[in-house]
Design a protein around this ligand. Structure first.
Ligand SMILES: Cc1ncc(COP(=O)(O)O)c(CN[C@@H]2CONC2=O)c1O
Length: 406
């Protein structure tokens, strides 16, 4: 049974006014709000068993270690990883992708190729450009059509023995377009020995993830977009792949034996978890997984897709409003502009005065904006706690913005 009011009651932050109007929070692709259960776990850690983990001999340290490793096992099940040690705690998607790009340096050489797509977030573009600078490898980009849909014929053309990395997002943060990653992975496996990286920042909050079924080498996502605190994230890596690659950061936790002559490294996951981890955040990430599992992926997807359809239907009733990726398979996001009426931030500011929080601008996807020859879009993005009444307030606000900007 999906009870929206019961769900909303778990998010105290939603019960407030902004500029004298009820808050309508529709910027969930940037970061989601956190349920009381996640905040309580965070608070409990810091008030009852805050301690450093893994090497402490005392009770609080052992408690903190047990809770963090329990969280790791929850996340393992959440993404259906074969082993919990394939789940690496990071501070988010950006760190995860940079880690992968860094540890692959020794695997690439001049004229090797890295394939990404036009729909990528800057966090899945720049690390690969830096890797190309370090190695002399070349970047190849799968283009999109006028609806924002990837043109996979180019992938067929690009794939070769030179292809060493294919890295794409499962869902575009700018447009909400769901990419056919199963097809991309199958083509890549059939035509290259490339490492396959999936950016799941905008899919993990909405979809059931199964990394074994996907057969990707890496899968990364951020905790703060899926009801967990900021500064949390996960990098999944296949055991055989991670064991073959060098460490990322050096320091405590990641060594087996350290001497001035030679240092050997810890096994997984600790080889990739140098230094003191974000213990409280990582435990709270496990509580966020519990929240998602309790609501249920089917309920989340059904509700968010209904919100998306409702929002798109009523936004498109506004004369002069364009939705980007209107006819594509999308989730969680509607990205639009009032054509010829100011810039996206003008609309965003007017909406804010009405208590409606959306994101405007390029969304760290400047290539997509260049493709559509625009500076940015107005992006409304949904979470499980949003309501149809909130969509009505969004649409009313956009109509008001249109009147003001005409
Ligand atoms: C698809 C995608 N990849 C990577 C990132 C980077 O994630 P972290 O910032 O957590 O490392 C984001 C962030 N999404 C941005 C953040 O704000 N609004 C957005 O759409 C993203 O949407």
């Amino acid at each position: 049974m999906f009870d929206i009011q019961e769900i909303r009651s778990q998010f105290s932050i939603l019960n407030q006014q902004v500029n004298g109007k009820p808050l309508v929070y529709l910027d969930n692709a940037a970061t989601s709000q956190k349920p009381n259960s996640v905040l309580e776990v965070w608070n409990q850690y810091y008030t009852e068993f805050n301690a450093n983990v893994h090497r402490g001999i005392h009770t609080l340290s052992q408690l903190a270690t047990e809770e963090m490793e329990l969280s790791r096992r929850k996340i393992q099940k959440f993404i259906n990883a074969e082993h919990d040690f394939e789940v690496i705690f990071t501070k988010g998607t950006t760190e995860g992708i940079n880690l992968i790009a860094y540890i692959l340096t020794q695997k690439l050489k001049k004229d090797d190729e890295i394939i990404i797509s036009y729909l990528e977030h800057h966090s899945n573009i720049v690390p690969w450009q830096l890797l190309c600078e370090r190695t002399g490898a070349k970047l190849r980009v799968i283009p999109i059509d006028e609806n924002g849909v990837l043109q996979l014929d180019y992938l067929d053309e690009f794939l070769s023995e030179k292809t060493k990395v294919v890295s794409v997002n499962q869902v575009s943060n700018a447009l909400g377009i769901v990419n056919p990653i199963e097809e991309i992975i199958a083509k890549t496996r059939a035509n290259s020995d490339a490492y396959i990286v999936i950016d799941g920042a905008q899919s993990a909050p909405h979809f059931k993830i199964d990394v074994q079924a996907l057969d990707c080498d890496f899968f990364v996502f951020s905790g703060h977009k899926m009801y967990a605190p900021m500064g949390t994230g996960i990098l999944y890596g296949k055991q055989a792949v991670l064991e073959d690659l060098p460490p990322f950061h050096g320091g405590g936790e990641m060594i087996a034996v350290c001497s001035f002559d030679r240092t050997t490294y810890a096994g997984l996951p600790f080889k990739y978890e140098a230094g003191t981890p974000n213990v409280g955040g990582n435990i709270a990430l496990g509580a966020a997984v519990d929240f998602i599992n309790k609501v249920g992926h089917e309920n989340i997807q059904n509700h968010e897709n209904a919100l998306l359809q409702y929002a798109q239907k009523h936004l498109l009733e506004i004369e002069g409003l364009k939705v980007y990726g209107e006819n594509a398979n999308r989730t969680g996001v509607v990205s639009f502009n009032l054509i010829g009426m100011g810039i996206s931030s003008d609309v965003g500011m007017i909406l804010d005065k009405m208590g409606v929080a959306v994101r405007t601008g390029h969304h760290c996807t400047q290539p997509i904006m260049d493709f559509f020859d625009i500076a940015g879009t107005v992006r409304a993005s949904f979470a499980v706690y949003n309501t149809f009444e909130e969509i009505d307030l969004l649409v009313e606000g956009v109509k008001k913005a249109q009147r003001m900007l005409s």
